[in-house]
Design a protein around this ligand. Sequence first.
Ligand code: UDP
Ligand code: MG
Length: 152
Amino acid sequence: MSANQERSFIMVKPDGVERGLVGEIVSRFEKRGFKILALQLIHPSAELLQEHYKDLADKPFFPKLLAYMQSGPVAAFVIQGKGAVKIGRVMLGATNPQDSAPGTIRADFALDIGKNVCHGSDSVESAEREVALWFGDNIKSYSRAVDNVIYE
Ligand code: UDP
Ligand code: MG
């Protein structure tokens, strides 16, 4: 896979969906130049969330996190493009919105760590795992003429 084909898994969490932020958040990634490879509103099961957040299973906030993530549908999507994982994290901002840099999604739309509006993969390996977990084989690549304008 070439550098321009790096993928990240991004998810608008239930608070973001309820507050009507799906379009705004997807739009930020589109405008940056990323290709949307998959996009779905999902009511995640406890099993899916336990697998998604399995590295955090021992954390004291884990039960609260699972309840939060099951409080409504999430908008899960996959972005593809150069630096997708790192740029995705930068665009989200620090986990705690109190520390997120101005202009990031969490700083612009959130105040509390337990209601921080969105998720983004933290490494290329996590991204591959999360894309497979949430979308399985339901991802089909496509080409865009505009990529010739976005990339040098
Ligand atoms: N979280 C929380 N309290 C904490 C740390 C994390 O409620 O002290 C929640 C928060 O919603 C965060 C999610 O757990 O986004 C996953 O935590 P992680 O450390 O993976 O942060 P992220 O990768 O989402 O920035
Ligand atoms: Mg994380």
